[in-house]
Design a binder for this molecule. Structure first.
Ligand SMILES: *[C@@H]1O[C@H](CO)[C@@H](O)[C@H](O)[C@H]1NC(C)=O
Ligand SMILES: *[C@@H]1O[C@H](CO)[C@@H](O)[C@H](O)[C@H]1NC(C)=O
Length: 304
């Protein structure tokens, strides 16, 4: 653009102001993070109760089980009576399952982002998943959040909890301050899974034929190679010091950050609606034609 020189110089002054705005915005997002932490403590007792109901540590009362939509359904007295009799018959036929079996596995299966990672051999393991919690970093610490996956005792690994921590940065990039759009996930760390012998689904053994160079004899060797699994989520690629990543790792991480963000922002706060499927249509409304996220998001998760 052919700006006149004096204009150009003044525009520079405006840009400098804009950079200052970006730094104030960063402070704003830090306060948002503080607020989120404060409110997380208010939600937690409800999430704990949800978890207790799911894992059958607490049986909700009849009153707690009432839901207005059930009453709205227009049923004649006769139909109600019939339904009740059928319920009772069913109850007699099979034992009432404890809690809500496969609650989190069902959530995973209902959400495309998560079900894409899910392999058949992961499902029996995720049946033991009892809760997912979000823990925010302590005040004064670098901004981060940790997803805690709580498992009941199972035959696959000895960990009671698997964790994934996302480190964030809420600071305009010096080289590109105008792109600042809230906290960004910078990197993530998983945890070691203590697999029981023979249960490591992230590994598979393959048989390979090797030909002896000189003699031409063939022998079969077994090798262990990585296998597709949701549990690879706990061994994400590391971001090296210089920040340079190969294309594959870059893609894996971009997807990983999106998933971590989604679990924190959507899945954990509203798990029941993903279990029933009600939340899934809502999410579609948040995406425009290009599949871009609506810009009311507080946290961005693009990796730069
Ligand atoms: C590796 O993955 C395949 C296909 O996803 C699965 O059938 C197999 O059970 C896995 N191997 C192990 C050892 O879990
Ligand atoms: C499980 O497999 C992963 C590779 O996918 C490997 O890094 C890890 O050491 C294995 N763990 C055990 C306990 O065998």
């Amino acid at each position: 653009l052919g700006l006149l020189k004096p204009n150009k110089i003044r525009v520079n002054a405006l840009k400098n102001l804009q950079v200052k705005c970006a730094h104030i915005e960063a402070k704003f997002y830090e306060e948002v993070h503080e607020l989120e932490r404060k409110y997380a403590a208010l939600y937690q007792p409800l999430f704990d109760k949800r978890s207790d109901i799911v894992k059958a540590a607490y049986e909700p009362t009849d009153e707690e089980c009432e839901w207005k939509a059930d009453e709205e359904e227009e049923l004649t007295e006769e139909m109600k009576e019939k339904a009740k009799l059928e319920e009772e018959k069913k109850d007699e036929e099979k034992e009432d399952p404890k809690g809500i079996p496969e609650f989190w596995l069902t959530v995973f299966k209902n959400v495309d982002l998560l079900s894409d990672m899910l392999q058949e051999h992961d499902e029996p393991i995720l049946k033991h998943l009892q809760d997912i919690k979000v823990k925010f970093s302590d005040p004064g610490q670098p901004m981060s959040f940790t997803l805690e996956f709580h498992f009941e005792p199972n035959e696959f690994f000895t960990n009671a909890m698997l964790t994934k921590t996302y480190k964030m940065r809420s600071e305009p990039d010096e080289n590109d301050p105008f792109s600042f759009d809230g906290p960004e996930i910078m990197c993530c760390t998983g945890c070691t899974i203590d697999w029981t012998k023979g249960k490591n689904v992230t590994l598979k053994t393959i048989k390979k034929k090797q030909k002896h160079k000189g003699r031409g004899t063939v022998r079969t060797v077994t090798k262990t190679v990585p296998n597709d699994s949701f549990f690879n989520f706990f061994t994400p690629p590391e971001v090296p010091e210089n920040g340079e990543l190969d294309e594959d790792s870059e893609a894996v991480l971009a997807a990983d950050f999106e998933i971590g963000h989604f679990i924190r922002e959507r899945i954990v706060p509203r798990a029941v609606l993903y279990f029933t499927g009600e939340a899934i249509e809502d999410d579609d409304d948040d995406y425009d034609e290009e599949g871009e996220e609506a810009d009311d998001e507080v946290t961005s998760f693009s990796h730069s």
